[in-house]
Ligand binder design. Structure first.
Ligand SMILES: [Zn+2]
Length: 256
């Protein structure tokens, strides 16, 4: 099925994942009434249309939307006796354990999960790309931080906040001066670590012993925290929370 032109962005994205998810769904033939002969993943060779193309549909004189039941006759497979290589291959790879059962309805199972049940987490793990775990991930995503603080801290690490230097790089012609001090170009590095406003905030926290040292660059800070802040003591949780909360607060102040 083609994606309708008037579909929403979300619908398009979900429908676009069909090619990834389709091979992960297994159809178990019972009476064959609900399983698509050419399109569903019920045969040992996988979806037959994907493997053999449209020609096999034409050769067998079955509609694209035909059900498996159309090749079952009184409990036996009734593949047409054609000297066609595709049909011969399908017949040869139809093992006895694929035997239909007219007293049972077709069923569907989700391959990635051991219990065959669809669970969102198993779908995510099955289709996502995996990247190396970053040394700072435990600091950012520590369980004690407020999620929105962690999210902003994560975006800062990735340099993905919409600071003015980035906005201008996208073609917006804005005044690129820092919103907090009005004296330098607004970049991630300046906004959070070099800006006179941010420096005052950090210094206050250092004096209160709420951060370990005056930070100069986030990656260095995270590296340092990774070495020094380990465990789940109250002190460790306090330090990581303070870091995330300060970054979040500075970004919020910038947007006021
Ligand atoms: Zn500034």
């Amino acid at each position: 099925m083609d994606i309708p032109n008037d579909s929403s962005w979300t619908t398009r994205k979900i429908l676009g994942l069909r090619k990834l998810c389709h091979p992960l769904i297994r159809y178990h033939v019972g009476n064959g009434a609900n399983t698509f002969l050419w399109l569903d993943n019920w045969h040992t060779l996988g979806p037959l249309y994907a493997k053999f193309g449209e020609r096999v549909v034409t050769n067998l004189s079955k509609a694209l939307w035909a059900k498996v039941a159309t090749i079952i006759d009184q409990g036996d497979w009734c593949w047409p006796r054609l000297r066609n290589q595709s049909i011969q291959a399908i017949m040869a790879h139809t093992p006895p354990n694929l035997r239909q059962n007219l007293n049972v309805e077709d069923s569907v199972s989700w391959i990635p999960h051991p219990s065959d049940i669809f669970i969102v987490r198993s779908a995510w793990n099955a289709i996502r790309k995996r990247y190396p775990i970053q040394p700072w991930q435990k600091i950012i995503w520590s369980g004690n931080a407020v999620p929105r603080w962690s999210f902003i801290l994560w975006l800062v690490v990735l340099q993905r906040l919409s600071t003015k230097d980035r906005l201008n790089s996208w073609g917006l012609h804005l005044d690129g001066t820092c919103s907090l001090c009005n004296s330098a170009v607004e970049t991630h590095q300046h906004l959070f670590f070099e800006c006179s406003f941010s420096t005052v905030v950090w210094q206050h926290l250092v004096n209160k012993n709420m951060v370990l040292d005056m930070p100069s660059h986030l990656v260095e800070v995270l590296d340092w925290y990774g070495v020094q802040v380990k465990g789940k003591s109250l002190r460790c949780m306090s330090l990581t929370s303070s870091l995330a909360a300060t970054i979040y607060g500075l970004w919020r102040e910038r947007n006021c």
